[in-house]
Design a protein around this ligand. Structure first.
Ligand SMILES: [Zn+2]
Ligand SMILES: [Zn+2]
Length: 136
Protein backbone atom coordinates (compact mmCIF):
# COMPACT_ATOMS: atom_id res chain seq x y z
CA UNK A 1 0.00 0.00 0.00
CA UNK A 2 1.41 3.37 -0.98
CA UNK A 3 1.45 6.13 1.61
CA UNK A 4 1.05 9.74 0.60
CA UNK A 5 3.46 11.08 3.16
CA UNK A 6 6.89 9.72 3.81
CA UNK A 7 6.24 8.27 7.23
CA UNK A 8 9.34 7.73 9.22
CA UNK A 9 10.21 4.97 11.57
CA UNK A 10 12.04 5.53 14.80
CA UNK A 11 15.61 4.35 14.67
CA UNK A 12 17.88 3.24 17.47
CA UNK A 13 18.27 5.70 20.29
CA UNK A 14 15.20 7.79 19.45
CA UNK A 15 13.53 9.42 22.44
CA UNK A 16 10.15 10.99 23.01
CA UNK A 17 9.87 14.45 24.61
CA UNK A 18 7.40 14.20 27.49
CA UNK A 19 7.18 17.95 27.96
CA UNK A 20 8.15 21.04 26.01
CA UNK A 21 11.74 22.08 26.50
CA UNK A 22 14.73 23.34 24.60
CA UNK A 23 17.35 20.67 24.05
CA UNK A 24 20.03 22.53 22.14
CA UNK A 25 20.32 25.32 19.65
CA UNK A 26 19.80 23.03 16.69
CA UNK A 27 16.58 21.42 17.92
CA UNK A 28 15.20 24.66 19.38
CA UNK A 29 12.04 24.17 21.41
CA UNK A 30 10.85 20.58 21.44
CA UNK A 31 7.14 20.07 21.90
CA UNK A 32 5.56 17.32 23.97
CA UNK A 33 5.24 14.31 21.65
CA UNK A 34 8.25 15.17 19.50
CA UNK A 35 10.69 12.37 18.76
CA UNK A 36 14.39 13.18 18.45
CA UNK A 37 17.83 11.80 19.16
CA UNK A 38 19.91 12.61 22.18
CA UNK A 39 23.38 13.75 21.25
CA UNK A 40 25.38 12.39 24.11
CA UNK A 41 25.54 15.48 26.28
CA UNK A 42 26.59 15.14 29.91
CA UNK A 43 23.07 16.04 31.02
CA UNK A 44 21.33 13.48 28.81
CA UNK A 45 20.91 10.87 31.60
CA UNK A 46 19.32 13.60 33.72
CA UNK A 47 16.66 14.20 31.08
CA UNK A 48 15.55 10.61 31.36
CA UNK A 49 15.78 10.63 35.13
CA UNK A 50 13.63 13.73 35.34
CA UNK A 51 11.01 12.34 32.93
CA UNK A 52 11.74 14.83 30.19
CA UNK A 53 12.28 12.04 27.69
CA UNK A 54 11.45 8.37 27.26
CA UNK A 55 13.00 5.92 24.80
CA UNK A 56 10.93 5.15 21.71
CA UNK A 57 10.71 1.60 20.43
CA UNK A 58 12.66 1.08 17.23
CA UNK A 59 10.31 0.91 14.27
CA UNK A 60 7.58 3.08 15.80
CA UNK A 61 5.80 4.98 13.02
CA UNK A 62 6.42 8.71 13.27
CA UNK A 63 4.73 11.69 11.67
CA UNK A 64 7.00 14.15 9.98
CA UNK A 65 6.76 17.93 9.73
CA UNK A 66 6.54 18.78 6.05
CA UNK A 67 8.43 22.03 6.60
CA UNK A 68 11.46 21.08 8.63
CA UNK A 69 11.46 17.29 8.93
CA UNK A 70 11.02 17.13 12.70
CA UNK A 71 9.27 13.92 13.79
CA UNK A 72 6.37 13.31 16.16
CA UNK A 73 4.47 10.51 17.78
CA UNK A 74 1.04 11.91 16.97
CA UNK A 75 -0.83 14.53 15.01
CA UNK A 76 -1.50 16.84 17.96
CA UNK A 77 2.23 17.09 18.63
CA UNK A 78 2.87 17.92 14.99
CA UNK A 79 0.19 20.60 15.18
CA UNK A 80 1.70 22.12 18.32
CA UNK A 81 5.04 22.23 16.58
CA UNK A 82 3.57 23.75 13.42
CA UNK A 83 1.76 26.43 15.41
CA UNK A 84 4.94 27.40 17.17
CA UNK A 85 7.33 27.27 14.24
CA UNK A 86 5.57 27.54 10.92
CA UNK A 87 2.14 29.11 11.27
CA UNK A 88 1.32 32.12 9.18
CA UNK A 89 -0.71 33.94 11.75
CA UNK A 90 -2.50 36.47 9.60
CA UNK A 91 -4.56 35.93 6.46
CA UNK A 92 -2.29 38.37 4.65
CA UNK A 93 0.63 36.02 5.23
CA UNK A 94 2.26 38.07 7.99
CA UNK A 95 3.89 36.18 10.77
CA UNK A 96 5.71 37.55 13.85
CA UNK A 97 9.49 37.77 13.34
CA UNK A 98 11.41 35.00 15.09
CA UNK A 99 13.17 37.39 17.49
CA UNK A 100 9.89 38.78 18.87
CA UNK A 101 9.29 37.36 22.33
CA UNK A 102 5.66 38.39 22.84
CA UNK A 103 4.21 37.01 19.62
CA UNK A 104 0.60 37.55 20.73
CA UNK A 105 1.22 41.26 21.28
CA UNK A 106 3.07 41.55 17.96
CA UNK A 107 0.14 39.86 16.26
CA UNK A 108 -2.38 42.21 17.90
CA UNK A 109 -0.36 45.21 16.73
CA UNK A 110 -0.19 43.83 13.23
CA UNK A 111 -3.93 43.11 13.07
CA UNK A 112 -4.70 46.76 13.82
CA UNK A 113 -2.53 47.93 10.95
CA UNK A 114 -3.53 45.08 8.67
CA UNK A 115 -7.25 45.93 9.02
CA UNK A 116 -6.67 49.54 7.98
CA UNK A 117 -4.41 48.48 5.16
CA UNK A 118 -6.88 45.95 3.83
CA UNK A 119 -9.74 48.46 4.01
CA UNK A 120 -7.65 50.96 2.07
CA UNK A 121 -6.96 48.36 -0.55
CA UNK A 122 -10.65 47.51 -0.82
CA UNK A 123 -11.55 51.19 -1.22
CA UNK A 124 -8.84 51.65 -3.82
CA UNK A 125 -10.07 48.62 -5.74
CA UNK A 126 -13.63 49.96 -5.67
CA UNK A 127 -12.51 53.33 -6.93
CA UNK A 128 -10.58 51.66 -9.69
CA UNK A 129 -13.69 49.74 -10.71
CA UNK A 130 -15.82 52.91 -10.70
CA UNK A 131 -13.33 54.66 -12.93
CA UNK A 132 -13.23 51.71 -15.26
CA UNK A 133 -17.05 51.59 -15.48
CA UNK A 134 -17.33 55.35 -16.00
CA UNK A 135 -14.98 55.30 -18.94
CA UNK A 136 -16.59 52.24 -20.50
ZN1 LIG B 1 8.61 21.85 11.40
ZN1 LIG C 1 -2.14 40.89 8.06
Amino acid sequence: MATKTADKKAGDGAVLALSSFKYDRETGLLVRGQVFHLKGYVNDPLLEGMDYVRPVKRGTILLECGECGATFLDESARERHGKHFHDKWCDCGWTPPAHVVDKDQAMADHMKRCDVWQRERAVAAERHLETALASA
